[in-house]
Design a protein around this ligand. Structure first.
Ligand SMILES: Cc1cc2nc3c(=O)[nH]c(=O)nc-3n(C[C@H](O)[C@H](O)[C@H](O)COP(=O)(O)OP(=O)(O)OC[C@H]3O[C@@H](n4cnc5c(N)ncnc54)[C@H](O)[C@@H]3O)c2cc1C
Length: 466
């Protein structure tokens, strides 16, 4: 590889990198893709694969009135500090990214379109076969094009000319030359030092936090960009989902039947809301922690997997926490507290006893009325807590799924310098970018929308710059 000067070098073979390489190759450019691990796919292959888009064919077929402008308004309302031109371009292109993936063979049936928390109109398009199918179709498309792919090759450093233009990268001690370089190395989740540096909100729970994602996503792109003067953004932005920490797994939905309280014994969110809204709510509580309160009847009759979790189980990926069997084991081991009264339970768990008694009494009234006036939990999930014994499982936002810190780009995926000007020859896309994801999670599918859309833009812009 080293003899050749490529038009475009793509670093990282997840969703963003493959989208960039395919787009660049489709123009006739010479392209190489360098991937650290022994296969393509990255976290994209592990994902649900949902893609957030406004103005799609699926929405039109269902009569949903939506489009890029409405999506843009919603994203900016959720993350007002986001850079408008960058978000506007993402919103303008997201439905095209969906259509582009469909053309590569990914199926997004209309009936799988959803709005998991109701925060926006339905925009989360779920593919048949989840993220694995997305990664496989991209992988197939890549192999049908003329792209030189190097697996098990971790890029260590960018190479620049005297004028500061990026002209290649160092891989296994060897320089590979390219007229333009796209960084698509994913997030920082697998690098505990970078997590400490860029996600200070994890420090309070650092002994609980674990990463679910591709193990070679160690923030190399962020560090390589920083070395050539890139502006970094997105500190403390990332998805940290709620868990009781029984095992280092990925059960992020449920228990919708329990009552989630803070250390004052007060509820703060609908327990059946969007998984990220629950996690965001938890982050705002004292000590970033909460307790799921339940009683003997719930333990017996309600502790079953959520239907969405069952789907994931079909893929054999989750050890369940919120089921009778696991909970009984955790109660026996003392990890879940048990007591004959709510006041005693509160003492054991470290929750304010009077607050918990009052909080649960209030919740029981809502349950009896069948209407959650406080947070809008669905009636079927409102179950009164009356049947002693009572239980409390501590939960924290600790499953690190997506990170938002990284390189700042403009709407053409050009990596910006500290001074705010594009670094010549350098582009970035996907989770390695630090100014798209935002402080608050926009909704299911936003990360994949970002990675495919800016992957396509980076591929095209890199060719134009080469
Ligand atoms: C379990 C799970 C479920 C998710 N579900 C969804 C969902 O349904 N919808 C959604 O929008 N988002 C979801 N996400 C998030 C989303 O999948 C990611 O943000 C997105 O796929 C990232 O794509 P990417 O191409 O930037 O990174 P990745 O797909 O992670 O690819 C990065 C690649 O870069 C390679 N790499 C890293 N360093 C180097 C180096 N130095 N040299 C060469 N190669 C390198 C890695 O090995 C990897 O292959 C989920 C994430 C997880 C973990």
């Amino acid at each position: 590889m080293s003899e050749q000067m490529y038009d475009v070098m793509v670093i990282g073979g997840g969703g963003a990198g493959m989208a960039a390489a395919i787009t660049a190759a489709d123009t006739g450019a010479s392209v190489c893709l360098i991937e650290a691990s022994d296969r393509l796919g990255g976290s994209t292959a592990l994902a649900g694969g949902l893609l957030f888009a406004g103005g799609s064919r699926q929405q039109r077929a269902l009569g949903i009135d939506d489009g890029p402008e409405a999506m843009f308004r919603d994203v900016m309302a959720i993350n007002p500090d986001a850079p408008e031109p960058v978000i506007r371009r993402l919103c303008a292109e997201a439905a095209n990214s969906l259509a582009w993936l469909e053309a590569l063979g990914v199926e997004y049936p209309e009936e799988r379109l959803s709005s998991p928390s109701g925060r926006t109109v339905p925009r989360a398009h779920e593919p048949v076969g989840f993220g694995m199918a997305v990664a496989e179709r991209l992988d197939n498309a890549l192999y049908q094009r003329h792209v030189d792919i190097a697996l098990k090759s971790r890029v260590e450093q960018l190479v620049c000319d005297a004028a500061g233009r990026v002209t290649g990268a160092l891989v296994d001690g060897e320089v590979i030359h390219a007229r333009a370089v796209v960084i698509a190395t994913g997030g920082i989740g697998a690098n505990p030092e970078l997590v400490q540096r860029f996600l200070p909100k994890t420090r309070g729970s650092s002994d609980w936090v674990w990463h679910v994602g591709w193990p070679s996503n160690r923030g190399d792109g962020l560090l390589m960009g920083e070395e050539v003067g890139a502006k970094l953004g997105g500190a403390d932005s990332g998805l940290l989902l709620m868990t009781p920490g029984f095992h280092r797994d990925f059960e992020v939905i449920g228990p919708e039947w329990g009552v989630l309280v803070n250390c004052h014994g007060q509820r703060f969110v609908a327990e059946d809301g969007g998984y990220w809204e629950i996690a965001e709510g938890l982050e705002r509580q004292d000590g970033s922690r909460g307790w799921v309160i339940f009683d003997a009847a719930m333990l017996r009759e309600h502790a079953r997997p959520h239907p969405r979790v069952l789907e994931a189980l079909a893929n054999g990926t989750i050890t369940l926490s919120w089921i009778t069997e696991t909970l009984e084991r955790q109660i026996a081991e003392g990890k879940v507290h048990r007591a004959g009264s709510l006041a005693e339970l509160a003492e054991k768990a470290g929750v304010n006893p009077a607050g918990l008694e009052a909080g649960i009494a209030h919740y029981n009234k809502l349950a009896d009325a069948g209407h959650d006036d406080d947070f809008g939990k669905m009636a079927q999930n409102l179950v009164a807590v009356r049947d002693a014994d009572f239980y409390a499982a501590e939960v924290r936002p600790a499953i690190l799924v997506v990170t938002g810190a990284g390189l700042c780009i403009d709407e053409r995926a050009r990596v910006l310098s500290e001074a705010g000007t594009p670094i010549p020859g350098l582009f970035a896309a996907g989770e390695t970018v630090g100014n798209v994801f935002g402080r608050n999670y926009v909704g299911s599918g936003y990360a994949i929308a970002n990675c495919i859309t800016y992957g396509r833009i980076a591929g095209a812009e890199a060719v134009a710059a080469s």
